[in-house]
Design a binder for this molecule. Sequence first.
Ligand code: IPE
Ligand code: IPE
Ligand code: MG
Length: 240
Amino acid sequence: MNLEMVIPRHIAIVMDGNGRWAQQRKRPRLFGHHRGAEAVRATVKACGKLSVECLTLFAFSSENWKRPEDEVEGLMSLLMTALNREAKGLVKHGVRLKFIGDVKGFSEKLQSKIRQVEELTSNGDGLLLQVAANYGGRWDIVEAAKALAAQSEATFSEATLSEQLSTQGVPDPDLFIRTGGERRISNFLLWQLAYSELYFTDVLWPDFDEETLLVAIQDFSGRQRRFGMTGEQVKEGSNA
Ligand code: IPE
Ligand code: IPE
Ligand code: MG
């Protein structure tokens, strides 16, 4: 591993390209989603190994309900299967699982499974794994605004609104990765991505693994994050 590698504290990924990966192999789209779940496992493991603090994965957007019914159903049942299958391993590796998104949109059965695995992993002291499911960045901001407005003596500021977002208490993503070649955010963490480094790759999600993650982190390591300052100021600060 390159010594100059800077490990992001928080990585957020739009896991895109499952459908095309399957189509290239003349298989149904769901086959791609199943392979995608394996890429999730590899990525979670790699992040744990690198001591990344938080990994946020976009699993199902608030817009994905528009897909054909059988694909949506397949994704719901995959989520259920993955939770059942992975729960023990998450506990074993100290991963704390947290869902962000409007989980009330899911079946009672899935909601209770989500709560169960969140509870089971709640003492994990390793990687925080945030799964964005039925998530939309705009939804997140509106919910936060509603929660703030409901307070009797609300103070509206960036800090108080941040505290009401689904990601409360978690530092904003340092590195945003989107696989599958598209260069868009698709209503992922709109507020939280304000100063994230954006990385796009043509690798389709089922082919994503530790090696492709390291390529992204290597790219991230070469970036200068200026947060509005000049490059010189940043250099001086890092020498101080
Ligand atoms: C991402 O892969 C997974 C979900 C949105 C659930 P896609 O299913 O969007 O794959 P493509 O973009 O059609 O290849
Ligand atoms: C974004 O991918 C959502 C997830 C990866 C869960 P999409 O494939 O739904 O995004 P668009 O529709 O191409 O923007
Ligand atoms: Mg897609």
